[in-house]
Design a protein around this ligand. Structure first.
Ligand code: CO
Length: 176
């Protein structure tokens, strides 16, 4: 396994609609393993392929157990995912590995059903709520070139992105 290089805002790939995964082969397996390792090293709970420079429709997640003691998800890879049902609303303070240290409240569906392929190419369905549902919606957005700042008011976005630019400069990331 290897960690992959994270792409930070405003990398162009984060704005691009990703392509479907068609080959369920060893290369895909390796990509999933490397994405998982990268997510764990960076202390994320989800990571979408475009965030590591791969414009393909897949993401990994590992949502921890919640305060009510419900089980976490463990490591899951969702390939060619589509959210096929959703209901309710929830506001969650989200972060994103492509926006280091930045957090912002985003309104999402509370509960959803996602249809996706597993690494073997089999179609699966998964029901999720609360943090897991928030994570799935956030990662699914990445596959469509959408990031959580797109939901913020222009003023809030400007202020937060100004702080982010400072942070990225401190990190030595070249900011466009
Ligand atoms: Co993100």
């Amino acid at each position: 396994m290897a960690t992959l290089e994270l792409k930070y805002y405003p990398a162009a790939i984060l704005k691009r609609k990703a392509e479907p995964v068609v080959d369920f082969d060893e290369g895909l397996q390796k990509t999933i393993e490397d994405m998982a390792e990268t997510m764990y090293v960076e202390n994320g709970i989800g990571l979408a392929a475009p965030q590591v420079g791969i414009s393909k429709r897949l993401f990994v997640m590992d949502v921890p157990p919640n305060a009510e003691g419900e089980d976490g998800t463990g490591l899951v890879a969702l390939i060619n995912p589509e959210i096929i049902a959703s209901e309710g609303t929830i506001v969650w303070e989200e972060g994103c590995l492509s926006f280091p240290t930045m957090v912002a409240e985003v309104k999402r569906a509370h509960t959803l059903t996602v249809r996706y392929q597993n690494p073997a190419g089999e179609w699966c369905e998964r029901d999720a709520s609360e943090l897991e549902a928030v994570c799935i919606q956030h990662e699914q957005d990445h596959l469509n070139g959408v990031t959580f700042v797109d939901y913020l008011s222009p003023l809030k976005r400007t202020l937060l992105l100004r702080d982010l630019k400072k942070k990225l400069t401190e990190m030595g990331v070249r900011v466009a």
